[in-house]
Design a protein around this ligand. Structure first.
Ligand code: NAD
Length: 336
C-alpha cells in the first residue's frame, strides 16, 4: 500500500511510518520541522526513516499549499494519515495563532487535497482534550463534546467538523481518532513523563500540577500504532457500523474513534511507577491546576474494540520501563 503521512518527524508519525516501512509499504512523510521542541530529536527520527528505500521525505509546512499538493499527487496514496499539528495544551495559551495556522488552515489543505485526488481513506489525529472537563466517564465518542477548555481543543474540534462536511459533500471516507496521552520511546519532551525523567536524572524537583489530583488514560505508543493500522483498513461505511456505540455519521462516510485503553491512572500512582522504574524517589513540588488543564481523561474503548477487536493494553510499568530505558540511552546525544 502507499501511505501519505504528515508529521513524520514527530513522535507518533515517526513510529507509524517506521512500522509501515518495516511491513513493506511505501511511505511519503511530510513535516515542517517546526521549532516547537528539540530539533535534534526530530532530525534523528527522520534519519531513522530515510534508511528505508521505500521512504520519501518532504520538509515543508502544511500551509504551503502548492508544495503539499505536489507531494500528495506524486505519492499517489491509498491512505492519507494526517498527524502533523501544533500539539500541546499549555502552549495554546501562549501562541494560539500556531494552532490556527497548523490545525485549521493546514488541516483544511489536507482535507481539500484529499477530496481533489479522491482518496480511499483519510485519517485525522484529534484529541481527548475535546471532551474538556466532562464529568461523565468514560468519555464516549457519542457524548456531547463542544465545550473545549483550550484553543488547542477548539482547533481540533474545528478540524473534525470541517472533515465531516467534506465527507458528506464529496464522499471522502474519513476517520478521526481521538488520542489519549500517548507515551513511549522517542516521545515528546514537552510532555510530563519526559519532563519528569529529565528532572529526576538531574536531581531537580518534578512539578506536579493540580496538587496531584489528576488522572490520565495513558496509551503506549506501540498499542496506538496497532490501532491506527487496523483502522486504516476500515474506511467508514454502513457495512462496518458497530451497533450501539458507533459515531458513523448518518449523512457521510465519517467516524470518530477513541484510541485509549479505558484504564486511567492517578497522577500520584503514575509518579510512583516512575520512581520504581528509575530506582529513586523524586523530589516533588506541588503546584495548583494550570489554566486549561482538565482533571481527568478516561476513554471508552468500546467502539475501537468493536471495529478492530483490539485496544491498548500494555501495562503502565512495562511502558514506562521501555521509555526510561530509551531515555537513559539517548538523552545525552539528543540533548533532551
Ligand atoms: N502525543 C499525544 O499524547 C497526543 C494526544 C492527543 C492528540 N495528539 C495528536 O497526534 C498528532 C501527533 O502528535 P505527536 O505527539 O506526534 O506530536 P509531535 O509534535 O511530536 O509531531 C507533530 C509534527 O508535526 C509537525 N508540524 C507541526 N505543524 C506543522 C505544519 N503546520 N506543517 C507541517 N508540519 C507541522 C511538527 O514539526 C512535528 O514533527 C497531533 O495531531 C496531535 O495533536 C497527540
Amino acid at each position: 500500500m502507499r501511505y501519505f503521512i504528515t508529521g513524520t518527524a514527530g513522535f507518533i508519525g515517526f513510529h507509524l511510518a517506521r512500522r509501515l516501512l518495516q511491513e513493506g509499504h511505501q511511505v511519503t512523510g511530510y513535516d515542517g520541522m517546526t521549532a516547537y521542541y528539540n530539533l535534534r530529536l526530530k532530525e534523528a527520527r527522520v534519519a531513522g526513516l530515510t534508511q528505508f528505500p521505500a521512504f520519501t521525505g518532504v520538509t515543508a509546512m502544511l500551509e504551503d499549499r502548492a508544495v503539499l499538493e505536489k507531494a500528495i499527487e506524486a505519492a499517489k496514496p491509498d491512505v492519507i494519515i494526517h498527524l502533523a499539528a501544533q500539539a500541546g495544551v499549555r502552549y495554546s495559551l501562549e501562541n494560539p495563532k500556531a494552532y490556527l495556522d497548523s490545525n485549521l488552515v493546514g488541516s483544511w489543505n489536507i482535507i481539500d487535497i484529499a477530496r481533489q485526488i479522491g482518496i480511499g481513506h483519510l485519517m485525522l489525529a484529534s484529541t481527548s482534550s475535546i471532551y474538556g472537563a466532562n464529568p461523565d466517564v468514560p468519555f464516549r465518542e457519542l457524548d456531547r463534546a463542544d465545550e473545549p477548555m483550550t484553543f488547542y481543543a477548539a482547533s481540533k474540534k474545528g478540524m473534525e467538523l470541517m472533515a465531516h462536511s467534506y465527507a458528506h459533500l464529496y464522499k471522502v471516507p474519513t476517520t478521526a481518532f481521538r488520542f489519549f496521552t500517548v507515551y513511549g520511546p522517542w516521545g515528546r519532551p514537552d510532555m510530563a513523563l519526559f519532563k519528569f525523567m529529565k528532572a529526576m536524572l538531574a536531581g531537580d524537583p518534578i512539578e506536579i500540577y493540580g496538587e496531584g489530583q489528576m488522572s490520565r488514560d495513558f496509551t503506549y505508543i506501540d498499542d496506538l500504532i496497532e490501532s491506527v493500522i487496523r483502522l486504516s483498513g476500515i474506511a467508514p461505511s454502513e457495512d462496518n457500523r458497530v451497533a450501539g456505540v458507533d459515531t458513523l455519521s448518518h449523512n457521510a462516510p465519517f467516524r470518530i474513534v477513541n484510541i485509549g485503553g479505558g484504564e486511567p491512572v492517578a497522577l500520584m500512582d503514575f509518579i510512583e511507577t516512575l520512581e520504581q522504574v528509575m530506582g529513586a524517589p523524586a523530589k516533588r513540588t506541588m503546584l495548583p491546576m494550570q489554566k486549561g488543564d482538565v482533571p481527568r481523561t478516561f476513554a471508552s474503548p468500546d467502539l475501537l474494540l468493536g471495529l478492530t477487536g483490539q485496544k491498548p493494553s500494555t501495562s503502565l510499568i512495562d511502558g514506562v520501563k521501555a521509555t526510561v530505558e530509551w531515555y537513559r540511552e539517548h538523552y545525552r546525544e539528543l540533548e533532551l
